[in-house]
Design a protein around this ligand. Structure first.
Ligand SMILES: Nc1ncnc2c1ncn2[C@@H]1O[C@H](COP(=O)(O)OP(=O)(O)OP(=O)(O)O)[C@@H](O)[C@H]1O
Ligand SMILES: Nc1nc2c(ncn2[C@@H]2O[C@H](CO)[C@@H](O)[C@H]2O)c(=O)[nH]1
Length: 433
């Protein structure tokens, strides 16, 4: 486990380093390993630049992620190929991306539950999915299926807006029998997407509910990301209830936040969402990102950053506190934090696809680091109270934002390497201090 964020070495808490003075007492300290688990529809992204007419002609809705049948997928793919519009093909899926990025950042294990074609030809989409996934993502628990994995036509308009057309293949055929209870219950978190709930009669929804049941039984945090506002808009009340019943940590963007709560103002939307879950990560494109959650009054920590105005005045006052579950707080109160894009955003945004998934993987890294630290150093003063995360709201915002920046600056939604050891933006003197 690498510890999260861009910090100098003294912040990297080397829990496996041995102190010569205590060597006699503790001859060998073997760090206990940890992992996180997630469920996804196994998908490849087929990316193409198209005009608005193309989107209308194929019966799609700009900005949405829609399921299409085989005939529509065939027509769409034929036109993309005939006009040579396909620019890239990547392994995708919102949780697949998140787990891959988590494993790349943390240099640690994540377990993906999903399906995989039983017979794989070299060069096929299934083959490329496997090749493009970090070796730290454990794919040994995928369920073999007779049929192809899903295809996600990722259509990018001139304005940068993305429209997804999903040809399901066998992506929703995951059955509850392939959810490993022990792995879910021993994990640091279980991460899911709202897309899993729109599988119709296919079994992946049951598989997700089974995993949620296992996680809740063991007190493992359930983390949900809300794929697209169109899905939430269909029935916000249902989603509110779903979150209240099943979710501890919610990730969304500002549009999904509005669809869920009715509030356009992000702080008010986060404030409302905290009535249903314990921790919220809300990305807001060029406006950066927000976090909101709970902390107990006796362990709150004031910020040293300027206090920020907003619909909740001076909302970031206690952003140096660490997030906690509401039920673990003696005197719970809400904490909010915000950060503007790292360095104002990259000079050239290559692709916004997956920037939100990147932010979530940073949050998961921080949660997993806390779990790792607690498992290995349970008597540390850090664990005098039960925190959900290793770092403060402010620090996680910084880290998540930094990871999003890295995703924006490259083509693929999946990181090809972890963050640089040293930030170029910081002077040499900073590192020497
Ligand atoms: N135009 C931009 N300029 C600067 N930073 C940006 C821009 N767009 C996104 N970001 C950064 O990326 C983060 C996530 O972006 P965004 O809110 O667009 O995610 P998203 O809509 O959830 O994306 P996805 O669904 O593709 O994962 C933001 O919080 C911000 O840090
Ligand atoms: N699991 C899943 N991922 C999707 C869906 N639609 C779009 N995405 C993914 O969302 C990612 C960007 O967040 C892309 O890489 C897409 O693969 C869907 O219906 N299900």
């Amino acid at each position: 486990m690498k510890f999260p964020g861009q910090r100098k070495s003294k912040h990297y808490f080397p829990v496996d380093a041995r102190d010569p003075l205590t060597n006699e007492l503790n001859p060998v300290i073997r760090p206990k390993n940890i992992h996180i688990t997630g469920i996804d529809q196994t998908l490849v992204d087929i990316e193409a630049k198209v005009d608005d007419d193309f989107i209308a002609r194929h019966g799609l809705r700009k900005g949405n992620s829609m399921l299409i049948d085989d005939a529509a997928a065939h027509a769409l793919y034929e036109e993309l190929k005939a006009k040579a519009l396909v620019t890239n093909e990547f392994a995708g899926g919102t949780i697949g991306n998140t787990l891959h990025n988590y494993s790349t950042l943390a240099d640690d294990r994540s377990v993906l539950f999903g399906v995989m074609s039983r017979n794989i030809l070299i060069g096929s989409y299934a083959y490329r999915y496997l090749c493009a996934t970090s070796s730290r993502v454990d794919l040994n628990h995928l369920e073999p299926v007779d049929g192809p994995i899903g295809r996600c036509f990722t259509l990018i308009s001139e304005c940068g807006e993305r429209t997804f057309a999903i040809s399901k293949g066998a992506m929703d055929k995951l059955t509850p029998a392939y959810i490993d209870k022990t792995l879910v219950q021993s994990g640091a978190a279980l991460v899911l997407t709202a897309y899993l709930m729109r599988a119709g009669d296919d079994p992946i929804t049951d598989a997700a509910m089974t995993a949620i049941g296992y996680a809740k039984e063991a007190g493992v945090p359930v983390v949900l990301t809300l794929g697209t506002r169109f899905l939430i808009e269909e029935d916000p009340q249902w989603w509110q209830e779903f979150i209240r019943e099943n979710v501890d940590v919610l990730a969304m963007n500002e549009e999904e936040a509005e669809a869920l709560t009715g509030h356009r103002d992000i702080l008010l939307a986060c404030d409302q969402t905290l009535e249903w879950c314990d921790l919220v990560l809300c990305t807001a494109g060029p406006a950066g990102l927000y976090m909101a959650g709970y902390c107990s009054d006796e362990v709150k920590r004031p910020t040293s950053h300027p206090l920020l105005p907003g619909s909740i005045p001076e909302f970031n006052q206690f952003e140096f506190s660490r997030p906690m579950r509401k039920e673990d707080c003696d005197q719970p109160f809400k904490v909010f934090s915000h950060i503007a894009p790292f360095m104002g955003g990259p000079e050239k945004i290559r692709n916004t696809n997956g920037a939100g998934d990147g932010a979530l993987s940073a949050l998961l890294h921080d949660m997993a680091a806390n779990f790792y630290h607690k498992k290995n150093l349970p008597t540390s003063s850090k664990h005098r109270y039960d925190g959900l995360c290793y770092s403060s709201f402010a620090q996680i915002c910084k880290y998540a934002n930094r990871v999003s920046y890295e995703v924006l600056a490259q083509h693929s939604p999946r990181l090809s390497r972890g963050l640089p050891e040293r930030e170029d933006s910081l002077e040499e003197a900073y590192w020497e201090r």
